[in-house]
Design a binder for this molecule. Structure first.
Ligand SMILES: [Ca+2]
Length: 181
């Protein structure tokens, strides 16, 4: 139920955010955990009626994606999620690539090596090259420690067969598990 409410507020704000900020920063969502702000280092401008804005990372839809807008494969580009008050995070739900179709998934790059950092530290994880939702568990040293932000930096990619654009469909740190009063 709480998840449904978060999704709805997300959808309502998304429309405004998508057109306002395609470039540097992106997306603000009001949730039961306070304001969540998603910032990305770059964003590919919309093409053929498709938006690749940061809000696509949190719309719960693996068919829509944020796409980095830097030259090359996007190594060094990043996604940062910030919270109004410190959160305890054990895991991140994510979906790799541009999952609109099997073709779009293969033609665009996917993230391979991801550096995940919070106020409690950082670690590097190799992400599976699979379409659909997956989970990253934070290591013991970081899990459940309070942090006001969490960041993913692209360290390496599975290159796209057609485009030098790396896509990421979802990036949703789990706040539900241990942030209720
Ligand atoms: Ca999405």
């Amino acid at each position: 139920m709480k998840k449904t409410i978060a999704m709805m507020s997300c959808a309502a704000l998304f429309t405004a955010a998508a057109y306002a900020a395609e470039a540097q920063t992106g997306f603000v969502e009001q949730t039961q955990f306070g304001k969540i702000t998603v910032t990305t280092s770059s964003t590919l401008p919309p093409q053929a009626g498709n938006s690749y804005a940061p809000g696509k990372l949190m719309d719960g839809d693996v068919r829509t994606a944020w796409v980095e807008g830097a030259p090359g494969d996007g190594i060094g580009e990043w996604i940062r999620v910030a919270y109004e008050s410190p959160m305890r995070i054990n895991r991140i739900y994510f979906a790799n690539g541009y999952g609109k179709t099997e073709k779009s998934y293969r033609e665009n790059g996917r993230i391979k090596g991801a550096e995940i950092s919070t106020e409690a530290g950082s670690f590097t994880k190799t992400l599976s090259d699979v379409k659909g939702e997956q989970t990253i568990e934070l290591p013991k040293a970081m899990a459940g420690k309070k942090t006001r932000w969490i960041k993913l930096t692209i360290k390496s990619v599975y290159p796209g067969t057609k485009y030098k654009d790396t896509a990421f469909a979802e990036f949703r740190p789990d706040l539900e598990e241990n942030n209720y009063e």
